[in-house]
Design a protein around this ligand. Structure first.
Ligand SMILES: Cc1cc2nc3c(=O)[nH]c(=O)nc-3n(C[C@H](O)[C@H](O)[C@H](O)COP(=O)(O)O)c2cc1C
Length: 414
């Protein structure tokens, strides 16, 4: 656990058991999905007097009172967006970053609940609407000098020791490790409707939301299985999927996450290799792709329509997938809290799909540009605002896991 100075805990013995549980939970949560595998999350463990008092105060008068009078009023965590690790090339990345943080927060809290530490209070901090430049690190100063300047706090959680773990930690860890983005082909046979029905709400619900029932259901999950509807999604991908590659800023940012080989991916602990993006390939094809995907080459090749070829390849994958899943907010303009909660629903869904033997391959390009997203919502009759769209099916081939930074780097005592 990273600490910038000696512990200033008000009760030196208080946090020992929790520290171990948090360490184990962070080791699991680091395997959460994130756009480009950028891992834009941080979590502050309020350990010092200033940070604990601030966290309790943010959770409302009752929590603040309990904090003043109780010897042991639990542990406080603050989930944050690490602004140094976020993607910024497109406005839509603002929501994707908060979704990624929400997914991490969900898996962290579930891993803690599986060790008997249950969130009983949560407060989503009212940041300005989710845009790349808006999440503010200054809001974290309330947690004291040790709060990292680059971290924008997203929500505060209080956890209490409970006698019974919420689920089996070993099984949860195995599911989280088995979950991965699978960009390969899927079995063409349809997915059992009963399995899809079990994945859609109502489910027990994400751990991040159980402590905040006042927010109610905000997310719809829609399975797209009809041929005509899947064809409509594929058509949009075919027509617009090249925008990723032809947008110089967005492509330069994406390309910065493509690692030369496994060794570089492991050393950096983030991003992806060409193998993870395009599946296993021969050394000559790898070399050809490396040259073609470099931003200067891409700038030239787009005049020859190379981005459209890549879009048509992705569209063909979508067309051949037995299902597509769309997650959407009820609201047209979700705030930061809704986006974080949306990420928790996504993590809960993706783990449920993994347990059912299914795999996902997000296709975010159809959501990243307002005109394309609006057309997608209209053609599928989706209410509100879609925030996640993915191929879904039974895998034909296994996909290698992507790399992660050391888990402790995202955790700070504050
Ligand atoms: C909000 C969000 C959007 C994503 N969009 C895409 C996408 O458009 N294309 C893609 O191939 N992967 C996408 N991914 C998957 C990530 O690239 C992936 O989670 C990350 O590389 C880590 O790999 P893993 O999921 O195998 O652990 C997305 C993930 C998240 C959380």
């Amino acid at each position: 656990m990273t600490s910038t100075s000696a512990s200033v805990s008000a009760h030196p013995q208080r946090g020992v058991a929790f520290e171990e549980a948090l360490r184990a939970a962070a080791e699991i949560a680091v395997h959460s999905p994130s756009s480009h595998n950028c891992q834009p999350w941080g979590v502050g463990w309020a350990n010092g007097t200033v940070a604990r008092r601030a966290a309790a105060a943010l959770l409302g008068p009752a929590a603040a009172r309990e904090h003043r009078v109780a010897q042991d009023d639990g542990e406080f965590l603050v989930l944050a967006l690490d602004r140094e690790r976020r993607l910024t090339a497109l406005p839509a990345h603002g929501v994707e970053m908060l979704i990624s943080c929400g997914a991490y927060g969900e898996i962290l809290l579930r891993s803690l609940a599986a060790q008997g530490w249950t969130a009983d209070r949560i407060r989503f901090l009212d940041l300005p609407p989710a845009g790349p430049g808006t999440a503010d690190g200054a809001a974290g100063r309330v947690f004291g000098d040790r709060w990292p300047r680059a971290w924008a706090p997203l929500c505060v959680v209080r956890l209490r020791r409970t006698p019974t773990p919420a689920e089996d930690l070993t099984e949860l860890r195995a599911t989280v490790r088995a979950r991965r983005t699978n960009r390969g082909p899927y079995e063409s046979a349809g997915v059992d409707p009963a399995v899809l029905a079990r994945l859609a709400p109502p489910r027990p619900g994400p751990a991040l939301l159980r402590a905040a029932p006042e927010h109610g259901p905000e997310v719809t999950v829609r399975h797209v299985v009809a041929d005509a509807e899947r064809a409509a999604v594929a058509d949009l991908v075919s027509r617009h999927g090249g925008r990723d590659f032809s947008h110089p800023l967005a492509w330069t940012e994406t390309h910065a996450f493509i690692r030369r080989d496994e060794a570089e991916a492991e050393a950096r602990g983030d991003g992806f290799t060409l193998g993870q993006l395009f599946g296993p390939m021969s050394p000559p094809r790898r070399l050809g792709l490396r040259i073609a995907l470099a931003p200067p080459t891409m700038r030239m090749l787009r005049h020859a329509g190379y981005h459209r070829i890549l879009a048509r390849q992705l569209a063909a994958m979508v067309r051949r997938s037995p299902a597509v899943v769309a997650l959407g907010f009820h609201e047209e303009a979700p705030g930061a809290g809704s986006a974080v909660r949306g990420g928790a629903v996504l993590a809960d869904y993706w783990l449920g799909a993994t347990r059912a033997g299914l795999v996902l391959h997000p296709v975010s390009v159809v959501l990243q540009h307002d005109d394309v997203r609006a057309e997608l919502e209209r053609r599928l009759g989706l209410p509100g605002r879609a925030f996640f769209m993915s191929r879904l099916g039974l895998p034909v081939t296994d996909f290698p896991p992507s790399h992660r930074r050391a888990a402790h780097r995202a955790v700070r005592r504050v």
